[in-house]
Structure formats: C-alpha cells, structure tokens
Design a protein around this ligand. Structure first.
Ligand code: SF4
Ligand code: SF4
Length: 342
C-alpha cells in the first residue's frame, strides 16, 4: 500500500470535493454529527464519534421501492451523485462492511454504495462506551473497510494510506510526498498506545462466552426486558441493525401528470424490539414476550451462529446502545448483568 505524508487536510478535502459531494462529521454545540455537502473552508476532523453512524447513507431510513402508475410497476432505484464520506471512524467503517454483506443482493443499497468513496480515520483515543478493540473493529481502520485511511501525526500532518484502486484514482492530480518509515511506524505506536488506554471491559467477552454456551436463561431476558419501553433507540442508532418493513401506500393523483403515481411501496427502518415486528398475518407472534425480543436482539449481535455468514460478530463496539437506551439495556449494562446474574 502506498503511504504519503499530508501537510494539509484541507488540500485533500478540496481535491476530493472537486469531483464528489463531501460529507464529514463536524462538531457543533458539544455534539458531533454528519454534515452534508461540506465546502471550503473545510472544518477539521471531529475527534468524537457521532451519535448517528453512516448507516443511512446506504440503507435509507425511508425510501420508495417501486411505484404503480395504474398500468405498470416501475422500480425507483435512487442513484446519488458520487460522494465521499470523509473521516469515518474504524468502528463505523466495519459496520458498513457488515452491511455490505447483509445487503449484497439489494439493488437499492448497492446503488448508493457504489457511488461512495470511504475515507477512514484512525482513532488515537478511546471514545466513551467504545470497545472496538474487543470486537476487531478498531481503533485502527481495518484495510478491508476503507478506500483511503488517515492517521494524525505531529504538527497537524497526516499519514495518508491508499488502500484501494478507487482511493488511488481519487488522488490523481494531487501532489503528495511519500511517507517515511518513521511516519509509518508512528501510526503503529499511536494505535498501540490507544489500545492501552481502553478501560477494562473484560465482562464483555465473558458475557459473550456465557451467551454462546447457552448459560443465559429465558427468565433472565424477561427480567431485562421489563426495562424495555420499545422506543427503538437502540436499533435506530446501532450501525449494524438492518431490520426493515415495507408498506403499500396510495398516492393522490395529479391530473396534470399523465403518469401520475397511484400507489407505491415504501421501505422503512423497523425494530425487532417492537411487539408487532414478527407478528404474522394470522396474528401468531413467535416473539410475543418482550424478553424474547430482547434476547433475539442480543443473539443477533453476539451469537457464534452468525460468524460463518459475516465472518464476525454483529457488534462493532461503538457503545451507542448504552448511550441511548432509556431502560439501561445497552451492551455494557447487559453484559455486566449476564456475567453477574445470568
Ligand atoms: S450493539 Fe450497541 S455497541 Fe454494538 S454495534 Fe450496536 S449500538 Fe454499537
Ligand atoms: S433503546 Fe432500550 S428501551 Fe429502547 S427499544 Fe432499545 S432496549 Fe428497548
């Protein structure tokens, strides 16, 4: 992999934004969030993990799958202009990689995904609630998940690592200085130092082991689920959650438009924590009890059963569920309870 020393992040942002819409996480009012179509003067890279991941760039929160005009059905695959997600942290890149597998055959997801250039950024400090180091998702960006990788060096300089052909092509025309061995070694030193700064989260692998040994009772999950108010905060913010529902909607006609739509099917984010998520047309519900739904969520994140399909667990260690759950059913709370009580 080619590696360069970048003296100005602005140069790279300006270069990439010539041919793509640039999206970046920015800090504002103590919060950090994805800002669309960032333009010069370009903001610095945020050091914080945004509350919302990059999931919705590819798996839209709501989108029309097809329309029916009274005569024909027509697919409505949305293909955005080429865009770059600039400065995606390693955990969220791993989540995109996970979703790429889940949505491999999904043309709606793929139409968006194929237009994206992913510029990852290594984390040099652990984030609050983060445990990417325990689930092979960080703090350094994994090569298989990004087109370009940035790593902060001294004096506002950056190490720029070219991972894919798309990343290489995107840099054409930008004058770059090859990185020295010292620059490259500094990256590994910084990442090692970062790994050493994580708090002791050993209850997480212990909890995963108990869960996979079948040592967590249904009664335990019922107790945990008493605190779930089915708000869907966890499934909305979890970057690997991919459950969706579809709905057919009638659309009022506009007489001036000969091809006016009469009906459409819409896909929207759903949540396995909702009582009706698995309810069938016969009203049979395989997950009628809240405990069954909570159990299902956590098995989807940590069961060994999914390793053959995804090559990893369905959790990338971001800690967003802990941050958002009003019922204290985030990953840290659940794993501590599994180790202690289950
Ligand atoms: S389960 Fe929680 S910690 Fe794991 S990826 Fe989802 S939100 Fe992040
Ligand atoms: S965030 Fe907590 S309360 Fe809300 S649905 Fe998820 S587990 Fe239930």
């Amino acid at each position: 992999m080619r590696q360069y020393l970048l003296h100005s992040l602005q140069d790279l942002q300006a270069h990439l934004s010539q041919t793509r819409q640039l999206y970046q996480v920015v800090d504002k009012g103590g919060e950090s969030y994805w800002q669309s179509e960032v333009q010069a003067p370009f903001p610095p890279l945020s050091q914080q993990r945004p509350l919302s991941s990059a999931k919705s760039f590819f798996f839209a929160e709501q989108e029309t799958l097809y329309v029916f005009d009274g005569q024909f059905f027509r697919e409505t695959i949305y293909k955005p202009e080429p865009f770059v997600l600039f400065g995606v942290q390693s955990c969220d890149l791993m989540a995109i990689h996970y979703q790429d597998i889940f949505f491999e055959q999904d043309p709606y997801y793929q139409a968006r995904r194929q237009q994206a250039l992913l510029v990852g950024v290594d984390c040099v400090l652990p984030c609050q609630n983060g445990f990417c180091n325990l689930v092979d998702a960080g703090p350094g960006v994994r090569d298989s998940t990004a087109d370009l990788i940035l790593h902060p060096l001294e004096d506002d300089c950056w190490l720029l690592i070219v991972v894919t052909d798309s990343g290489n092509a995107a840099l054409q025309g930008l004058v770059l200085t090859p990185a020295t061995s010292r620059d490259k070694n500094l990256r590994w030193d910084n990442l090692t130092h970062c790994e050493q700064q994580f708090d002791d989260h050993s209850y997480i692998p212990e909890g995963i082991e108990k869960l996979n040994r079948g040592q967590v009772s249904d009664e335990f999950w019922q107790q945990v689920a008493i605190q779930c108010i089915a708000c869907s905060g966890c499934t909305t913010l979890c970057p690997t959650c991919s459950c969706y529902g579809t709905q057919n909607q009638a659309v009022s006609q506009d007489d001036s438009d000969k091809l006016s739509t009469q009906a459409r099917q819409v896909r929207f984010w759903d949540s396995c924590l909702y009582e009706g998520f698995q309810r069938e047309a016969s009203f049979h519900n395989p997950a009628e009890q809240a405990g069954e739904r909570v159990k299902r969520f956590w098995y989807h994140k940590f069961s060994d059963d999914y390793l053959p399909e995804f090559g990893r667990y369905g959790c990338i260690g971001c800690g967003r569920c802990e941050q958002t759950c009003p019922g204290v059913i985030g990953v840290h709370s659940v794993m501590k309870r599994i180790v202690k009580d289950a």
